[in-house]
Design a protein around this ligand. Structure first.
Ligand code: ZN
Length: 247
C-alpha cells in the first residue's frame, strides 16, 4: 500500500479482480488523468480462481495495464478470490486503502451482477464508505471522506445517472484491456469454453460503450449510477457536450 503521506489519488476504482477496472472504467480513468488529476486502482484479489493464466501472469499484466492507463497507484489487498464479502477484516482493509489514497471520488462495481465477488465488492464498499470518516475507527490513520461513491456498469442492464464521454480514449481503453493477454482472445477449451476469452466479448463491450455514447450524442460513453442525486451548482456546465458534433 502507498504510505499515508504518498501523493493522493483524486479518483480510485475498487475492483474484485485485476482486469475488472479496465473492462468497466478505463475511459473514465484516462479522461481523469487527461484533466490533470490522479488515479488509482485497488484490486481486491489476484484473480487466482480464474480459469485462464496464472496469478503471476495476471500481476504482470495488471502492471502493464496500469502504465497504459497512466495510474499513480495500483495496489492489491490480497483477499482470497471467490471470498470477497462484507467482513470486519475486509472493511478495515478498504478503509485503510481509502485513507491512504484520499480520493475525492470512489468507483465500485454494480450492486447487482453475475459474479458474487463483484457484488461482494460493491456491498463491502457501500458498508465501508461511512466508516472512512469516523476518526475513532482505525485511529492510526486520519479520517477521510470521499465526496461520492458511484457504481460502474457490468453484465446487468442499468439506467445510469451519468454517462462520461470517452470517445477520445476508446483505443487506449481497449489497449489497456488487451494487456491481459492471458485472459482475452486466447484459445478455448472446446469442452468447457471460458466465455470471457472470446474476442466477441471485447466487441460487445465496444458496442455497449457505443450505445451509451449514443444516449448523450457522442461516439463512446461509460455509464455510472449513484444512489444519491448528482449535486450541481452550475447546471449548465453539466450539459457542455454538444451532441453529435463532428470535430
Ligand atoms: Zn471480475
Amino acid at each position: 500500500m502507498p504510505s499515508p503521506d504518498a501523493a493522493p489519488s483524486d479518483l480510485v476504482v475498487f475492483a474484485a479482480h485485476p482486469d475488472d477496472a479496465e473492462l468497466c472504467c478505463g475511459g473514465l480513468l484516462l479522461n481523469t488523468v487527461r484533466s490533470g488529476r490522479t488515479t488509482a486502482i485497488v484490486d481486491l484479489t489476484r484473480g487466482e480462481l480464474g480459469s485462464l493464466g496464472t496469478p503471476e501472469q495476471r500481476t504482470k499484466e495488471a502492471a502493464s495495464a496500469a502504465q497504459a492507463l497512466r495510474l499513480t497507484h495500483r495496489v492489491n489487498l490480497n483477499i482470497p478470490d471467490g471470498y470477497v464479502r462484507d467482513t470486519d477484516d475486509n472493511r478495515t482493509a478498504v478503509v485503510r486503502a481509502i485513507r491512504q489514497l484520499r480520493p475525492q471520488l470512489v468507483i465500485a462495481p454494480p450492486l447487482d451482477d453475475h459474479h458474487p465477488d463483484h457484488m461482494g465488492t460493491a456491498d463491502l464498499l457501500r458498508q465501508s464508505f461511512y466508516l472512512c470518516g469516523i476518526k475513532n475507527y482505525l485511529p492510526a490513520l486520519p479520517p477521510h471522506r470521499p465526496r461520492a461513491l458511484l457504481h460502474h456498469m457490468s453484465t446487468r442492464p442499468m439506467n445510469p445517472q451519468v454517462v462520461v464521454d470517452i470517445s477520445e480514449f476508446i483505443q487506449e481503453r481497449m489497449d489497456a484491456v488487451r494487456c491481459y493477454k492471458s485472459q482475452f482472445g486466447v484459445k478455448q477449451d472446446k469442452d468447457f469454453p471460458v466465455r470471457i476469452a472470446s474476442e466477441k466479448l471485447l466487441e460487445s463491450i465496444e458496442a455497449t460503450l457505443k450505445y451509451f455514447g449514443s444516449l448523450i450524442g457522442v461516439a463512446y460513453g461509460e455509464p455510472y449510477t449513484s444512489e444519491l442525486p448528482i449535486p450541481a451548482t452550475d447546471l449548465l456546465s453539466l450539459f457542455d457536450i454538444e451532441p453529435w458534433k463532428d470535430h
